[in-house]
Design a protein around this ligand. Structure first.
Ligand code: KIV
Length: 288
């Protein structure tokens, strides 16, 4: 005799309240076709619930390796692992049904060779269900971008301030201030675009250089600390919501989440200590 257990998850907090008209998921070619068109809205997401909240407003959700700092309290992105990216990527795919989900390839998972990069990227896409990967680097990474793109793995590039190279760059300052550095970053963007990237994130570069890159490459350029003329913009969600007090100059804060969380938790703590919580509405009574 076998017993089948059926768990009703309809009332679970993991099941989002259905939206009135489910939106169709955008595709990588649709994003690539937005060059010079309607600006692409991209934000980072690392959890299913945040993905649910961001998804209706965004075109792309980036599971950034910035989760190392935002979620795990690491000092940089260097210790982020493939396991972390796969787990958070899968959560974001589960929490979204409209945006193209792009997952960062973590430091050490792709630089050694195109073959190593393919194995890592294939694992990320297979385990998460995401549509694309993002990797940092310029001309040196072009053969890898070409290798992945030719094998059905859409790649978003990332040039300029590339946080995984913090030790080589010497910090997180803006890039492209000298003519030589600007020329190198422009050449990097061109190389990645020519290799087949469907989009390129350009981070932390002087504005004239960002505009030059936008004009020079055929794929959409998504700016972060770059230029309003980019084909789209991306920010770390927790930064723009005001969860952290230390952010880069390029972050605009649209809320004060840290202040609001602190006020709410102070309210809860006060009510626990004064025995005002739980009240009658939160308690169960026997049936009359
Ligand atoms: O890891 C990340 O969140 C990023 C964005 C800042 C572009 O790469």
């Amino acid at each position: 005799m076998s017993t089948t257990f059926t768990i009703d998850t309809a009332a679970s907090r993991a099941t989002p309240t259905p939206t009135p008209a489910p939106m169709k998921r955008l595709t990588v070619p649709a994003i690539a076709g937005r060059k010079g068109g309607e600006p692409i809205v991209m934000l980072t997401a690392y959890t299913a619930r945040m993905a649910q909240l961001l998804d209706p407003h965004c075109d792309m959700l980036l599971v950034g390796d910035s989760l190392g700092q935002v979620i795990y309290g690491l000092p940089s992105t260097l210790a982020v692992t493939l396991d972390m990216m796969c787990a958070h990527g899968a959560a974001v795919v589960r929490g979204s049904h409209h945006s193209v989900v792009v997952i960062d390839m973590p430091f050490g998972s792709y630089e050694a060779s195109p073959e190593v990069a393919f194995a890592s990227a294939a694992r990320i896409l297979a385990e998460s269900g995401a549509a694309a990967v993002k990797l940092e680097g310029g001309a040196a990474m072009a053969p890898t971008v070409a290798f992945l793109s030719a094998r059905g793995i859409p790649v978003c590039g990332h040039v300029g301030l590339t946080p995984q190279a913090v030790n080589a760059l010497g910090g997180y300052g803006a890039r492209g201030r000298s003519d030589a550095e600007a020329a190198k970053i422009l050449a990097d963007a061109r190389a990645i675009a020519d290799a087949g990237a469907f989009a390129i994130v350009v981070e932390g570069v002087v504005e004239p250089l960002a505009k030059e890159i936008v004009a020079a490459v055929g794929c959409p350029v998504i700016g972060i600390g770059a230029s309003v003329d980019c084909d789209g913009q991306v920010l770390v969600t927790e930064d723009m919501l005001g969860l952290f007090d230390r952010t880069a100059r390029f972050v605009k804060t649209y809320d004060d989440l840290a202040g609001r969380i602190s006020a709410a938790v102070a309210g809860y703590a006060g009510e626990v200590r004064s025995r005002a919580f739980p009240g009658p509405e939160q308690l169960y009574q026997p049936k009359a």
